[in-house]
Design a binder for this molecule. Sequence first.
Ligand code: TTP
Ligand code: MG
Length: 428
Amino acid sequence: MASPAASKHVVCLCRDCLAEFDHDIRQCPACGSSRIIFHPELGQLSTAHIDCDAFYAAIEKRDNPELIDKPVLVGGGKRGVVSTACYVARKFGPRSAMPMFKALKMCPHAVVIKPNMAKYAEASRLVRAIFDSVTPVVEPLSLDEAFLDLAGTATLFQRSPAATLAYVAREIERQVRITVSIGLSYNKFLAKIASDLDKPRGFAVIGKADAVARLHDMPITKIPGVGPSLADRLKVDGLFTIADLQAKSEEELTIRYGETGAHLARRARGEDSRAIHNDRESKSVSSETTFDTDVSDAAELRRLLWLQAERVSERLKKNALAGHTVVLKLKTSRFKLVTRSRRLQAPTQLAEMIFRTSEGLLIKEAKGTRYRLIGVGADDLCEAALADPPDLLNDGPRHHAGVEKAMDAVRAKFGRTAIKKGRAVPTK
Ligand code: TTP
Ligand code: MG
């Protein structure tokens, strides 16, 4: 029987009708499909990586059905390399980044198509809209792949993240008419590894219990950041596969390769503590000004900083955003860029908070150096609803929010310059 929706005990899923089960099955009793996923941890995993299959070629095939069964190479142009080969062509050897002449030697009957970036970007937008419909936490890596954090979506959709992913794949096939491969795990590294395991039209799962074993036989180059030169260095030391790394302790690898060694040791054990960052979060709102003549006077720098903080706050409020990190930017008369940042306890959209935080950073830098530019930014953006929570012990934010609201109201009525804080007024 299908288990109750969003049950923690989901171990099996029908990729066609999205029915979930608490036991292993071969064929879906609900729809008869044999596209079944089984994994003991299926109901508990929520970190996904989704990658479109032979992306450019898939779109070309979609738009010209005569190409469906033919080997297709997208690329050529000035650089004369293959951008992608469809799965029919890959059987003969061609791969991305291969010189086109070489690919055509391997597969002389291939159809070569020049890339049409506008078309791929449009398809990418449609795919992205489907991702956005299931979670606010989407981190795209390129036009055709993204990480999705589906934690917390089970209650909303009354189905496991795994079932929501099967839904996403189905919607992409229906709306964009291309296929994707899904990797589901408990961190980004493993989710990305997984999405590549079962291509095309795949769905692979890596859980906590099987991560080390799944990584075991993979070449070390599967670990992002291990390029040809590092791989060569590791080979000299007899390290070829992830199993070779697993056999060494983190200490051993750190002594030999420094921070890189520690990183390799962690990845080899399936460890990755990076969070999925929404690309909207990673944008920032900032404002800066370049002076007519260099300024070294701390009081004057403070005044100029306040004006920028007010601007940033104004833009945050207008866009219903708040920043979790405040960034101070200075450029010296010799064009040296200085940036300092501080993460706040809670996101803010208040000019007062942005100013006080950046002022704290400025004090250390305003010791006589002549500057030609000052700026301030709010980073790690989130929705305004999360900003400046009332703090029971400290009434500061609420008080400032009240003052700023009153000032904003006066400005809305009488114009931007109608009201100023004392610190905005030049001292001389
Ligand atoms: P990939 O996702 O790496 O490849 P792919 O989607 O073609 O195939 P796969 O099924 O293995 O995921 O890259 C996405 C697109 O980016 C690809 O269709 C073409 C482009 N691309 C290049 O232009 N040059 C390259 O070297 C690579 C790797 C990709
Ligand atoms: Mg791809």
